[in-house]
Design a protein around this ligand. Structure first.
Ligand code: MD3
Ligand code: FE
Length: 216
């Protein structure tokens, strides 16, 4: 909560409401970028980024990996959360406490107390990679929010309504930005426009997005 002192607001993290239930915390992850990137590198050494196949047989342009007790996977048989990485036959790497704490703190800032994510999907975009408009509804409890953390090159994020045909709004998500998607925003259609080429000081020609979820 923002504190009041002598009539002045003591600045906490800037909370920008994007839509009912959706709160942008600009730069919230910035102070932790170095540790986040080291953690992602360690996860990817155990469970490398790969471009998965959709149930329709298309290869995704976004490369993915996961950490946590379950990970999101897609193949010809469908979408699911699975405790095992199908590429290695091993469990997904554990969710590092730093990542879990960052997600929990962001959720709390946005008014969702005691968020306990069990899955973190890690998406890696190179120039041209995109994510078509979709809903995230593979999680058992859609009462829990999703927390997203953007790193590297900026992206144009598309945010629609509860119907695919609803008009979309565009937001630029930059390195360090965190968004909490809960309440009525939780089942909104959303996507990412094709990544524009560029060079990021830390990540080069890449954007990495973490999404923390309560899947089970
Ligand atoms: C709004 N990822 O992994 S993060 C996804 O940037 C996904 O990689 C995008 O959509 C990315 O499923 C967007 C922001 C996001 C994530 C989940 C949401 C926004 C959301 C769920 C409901 C509503
Ligand atoms: Fe999504």
């Amino acid at each position: 909560m923002t504190d009041l002192f002598d009539g002045f607001e003591i600045a906490g993290p800037a909370r920008e409401p994007l839509a009912p239930g959706a709160v942008l915390l600009r730069g919230f992850a910035q102070p932790h970028a170095t540790e986040l990137l080291a953690a992602i590198e360690a996860i990817a050494a155990q469970a490398p980024f790969r471009r998965m196949i959709t149930p329709g047989g298309h290869q995704m342009s976004v490369a993915m990996t996961n950490c946590g007790s379950v990970g999101w996977v897609t193949d010809r048989s469908g979408y699911r959360y699975d405790p095992v990485d199908p590429d290695s036959g091993q469990r997904w790497p554990a969710m590092p406490p730093l990542l879990r704490q960052l997600a929990e703190q962001a959720a709390s800032e946005a008014g969702f107390a005691a968020f306990a994510p069990d899955a973190c999907l890690i998406n890696c975009y190179e120039p041209g990679a995109k994510m078509s408009l979709h809903q995230d509804r593979d999680e058992r409890d859609v009462g829990a929010p999703i927390v997203s953390v953007s790193l590297g090159l900026p992206a144009t994020f598309l945010f629609g309504g509860l119907k695919r045909s609803d008009k979309t709004q565009r937001y630029r998500l930059a390195h360090g930005d965190v968004v909490v998607w809960g309440g009525p925003a939780r089942l909104a259609f959303h996507g990412v426009a094709p990544l524009a080429d560029g060079e990021h000081a830390r990540l080069g020609r890449r954007r990495i997005n973490l999404t923390f979820r309560r899947a089970r």
